[in-house]
Design a protein around this ligand. Sequence first.
Ligand code: F6P
Length: 357
Amino acid sequence: MKRIGLLTSGGDCQALNAAMRGVVKGLSENVEDLEVYGFHNGYKGLIYGDYRLLTSRDFSGILTKGGTILGSSRQPFKLMRVPDENGLDKVEAMKQTYHKLNLNCLVILGGNGTQKTANLLREEGLNIIHLPKTIDNDIFGTDVTFGFQSAINIATDAIDCIHTTAASHNRVFIVEVMGHKVGWLTLYAGIAGGADIILLPEIPYDIKKVVNAINKRSKAGKGFTILAVAEGAISKEDAQLSKKEYKNKVANRKYPSVSYEIADQIAKESGVEVRVTVPGHTQRGGSPCPYDRVLCTRLGAAAAKAIMEEDYGYMIAMVNGDTKRVPLAEVAGKLKTVEPDCQTIKEAKRIGISFGD
Ligand code: F6P
């Protein structure tokens, strides 16, 4: 007999259902008596005892379905130790729900913040398995996170579509790509979409260099330029500010996001017409791509194996093509960023892509 809990927390992505299906199929194929409790809306469901008993039917036909059948919400890690508005101790409440249901293990699907809370629950004595979800690909200890490849496809499609209209109008276009504080998604979608300039948080840009790159293209007879700009892109000047000063600046800037500020600066410096496109949450939506379906099936099956072996306290990661149990204690709280000197960037620069540095 095994009783497991499942929850999906933080921003959703395309392959959450595929991953849960992998876990549950992997267990139900091998465990006689399996009870699966699904907690609604992430940690909220665990805190307030909002859950439902799931059957194998719930996991049929969801391999290709985006979003999450359990719902999700953001419950910031830094507030986990802060009582709720009614004075409820959230960590104690989560432990109580877990023990009340007599769970053998809790499988938690989520990104960095979710992983920190998963590790906290492990430290509190719960049996935890974490699966690395995020379109941002910024979880330390795994080569890739699920959602990332699906999001690359969508962001690349957006750049592809902009290409045809940019060429017709001889304009400069900025496509703003998600990724929170890291540039993985922008780097890959930018290269895949043939962007001429790619701006990442890890490589602060110099607006003069950006304008030079645009001018160089127009001198060479290229009528349009496409920039893939990470939502977290930062100028060299802003990178000098303290965290607090930068936060203040962002809170008070007149632009909805960094791309509009860059667009304004380019227009002022070079006189060209600039348009901004923000695909936004479409990057997290729709069906998971085949790569993510395979990834999640493998991670899910590997999680099921760890649960059957009662080996808990891990993120089930993908390392050099193999699934691997990575201790949560070693990775929780660490961010995986793009290395500015990595081969991918060197090779992109070799073919003339500017990173504004
Ligand atoms: O972490 C995934 C992500 O989509 C980031 O790329 C983005 O910065 C953030 O979530 C957006 O969050 P929300 O859905 O809360 O607006």
